[in-house]
Design a protein. Structure first.
Length: 337
């Protein structure tokens, strides 16, 4: 058995066919994957040992992001989107960004929700803090919890909500995107405004986008909106990397009882029907809300928790899909009607 023949746990293709770099001598194995996977050290060591039939291999996991659709030194732009508002896009976007950072990637987060920006709050950026301006026209993104962030909330001067018209909104956003000194990034995660209307469509077309993640809650009505999202991205040729089901199950703080408040496995069913990967199912948990709304999202606040592992698994899965798409033709099947 060769390391090259090992099936990648997310893509179910061999590392050899995916173009992973492998160096091995004796018990020492060094691999370079196309997605960041520092959190998989123990698991992969065990699986690879079993696969190779060699006890106690010493595994080094490296990462090199293949440039996908991005711009400048930003290798991959990924949109986090939802058809319906309030399903947890922003919470998911920030935790995915922090999870990718924890796994070893260089990450930026752009809050494209010009109507209700929330990343300033979720990243704990002090109210009123402004990005530095370089050379009179470039913004230096704000560093928070190890990632680079930009949000419309860093630009406005008071708390009054802005009234944007469509073209103005996408113009402002394009300006933030293009005039920010992102530097070298493996992934730029974009927290999109809710919906699948013109604004979302325009935003998706303004920037080179490598893929989109769709966040949904399990109830039918949200799922219909998730479908609309998938259709919208198909129209503009943006691969849907996967669906993330949020608030999928609630565990009672007192008795530990699990209840499916919004129905069971809805996101999972949609993912299966459409042949789109299900990246994860996040529970409805008080801690997720309190930590994100308090400026210290779960992946940072409780890095070793089961919930953080769910986010990290979803983040690795998502990044692996980008790698897979770069080495093969993406296959996204639409429902036949
Ligand atoms: N899994 C979860 N468990 C508990 N609370 C959550 C969860 N996900 C999100 N929330 C909370 O639900 C609220 C809405 O989440 P969030 O702001 O992320 O949604 P959104 O889709 O970005 O909303 P909008 O459409 O307004 O941008 C927030 O208070 C957030 O903390
Ligand atoms: Mg939001």
């Amino acid at each position: 058995m060769k390391v090259e023949d090992f099936l990648d746990p997310y893509l179910r293709q061999t590392w050899g066919s995916l173009g992973a770099r492998v160096l091995s001598s004796g018990k020492h194995v060094s691999i370079t994957l196309g997605y960041p996977a520092q959190g998989m050290q123990a698991k992969l060591t065990e699986q690879l040992s079993a696969f190779l039939g060699v006890d106690d291999i010493e595994l080094d996991i490296g990462f090199s992001a293949t440039p996908g659709r991005g711009f400048g030194q930003v290798k991959n732009v990924v949109l986090v989107s939802s058809g319906k508002g309030g399903v947890g896009k922003s919470t998911t976007a920030v935790n995915l960004a922090l999870a990718l950072d924890a796994e070893g990637a260089k990450v930026g987060l752009l809050d494209a929700d010009i109507y209700g920006p929330s990343q300033g709050m979720m990243l704990g950026v002090a109210e009123g803090r402004r990005p530095d301006i370089k050379d009179g026209k470039f913004f230096d993104p704000i560093r928070a919890h190890g990632i680079k962030a930009m949000s419309m909330s860093f630009m406005i001067t008071d708390k009054t909500p802005m009234v944007w018209r469509g073209p103005m909104a996408s113009g402002a956003l394009q300006q933030i995107l293009g005039q920010t000194l992102w530097g070298d990034l493996d992934y730029l995660i974009v927290d999109m405004p809710p919906g699948t209307g013109d604004i979302q469509l325009t935003l998706s077309q303004k920037a080179p986008v490598a893929g989109a993640v769709i966040v949904t809650t399990p109830q039918d009505i949200a799922l219909l909106d998730a479908l609309k999202g998938i259709e919208m991205f198909a129209k503009v040729d943006i691969p849907v990397l996967g669906i993330l089901e949020n608030m999928s199950v609630h565990q009672c703080d007192n008795c530990g009882h699990l209840s499916h408040l919004f129905g069971e496995d809805g996101g999972k069913r949609v993912a299966e029907d459409l042949g789109v990967p299900l990246l994860g199912q996040l529970p409805l948990a008080m801690s997720i809300r309190q930590q994100a709304d308090g400026g210290n999202p779960t992946v940072k606040a409780e890095p070793d928790s089961a919930i953080s592992e769910l986010y990290r698994d979803a983040a690795r899965n998502m990044a692996a899909r980008l790698w897979g798409n770069q080495t093969s033709t993406p296959t996204i099947s639409m429902v036949d009607d």
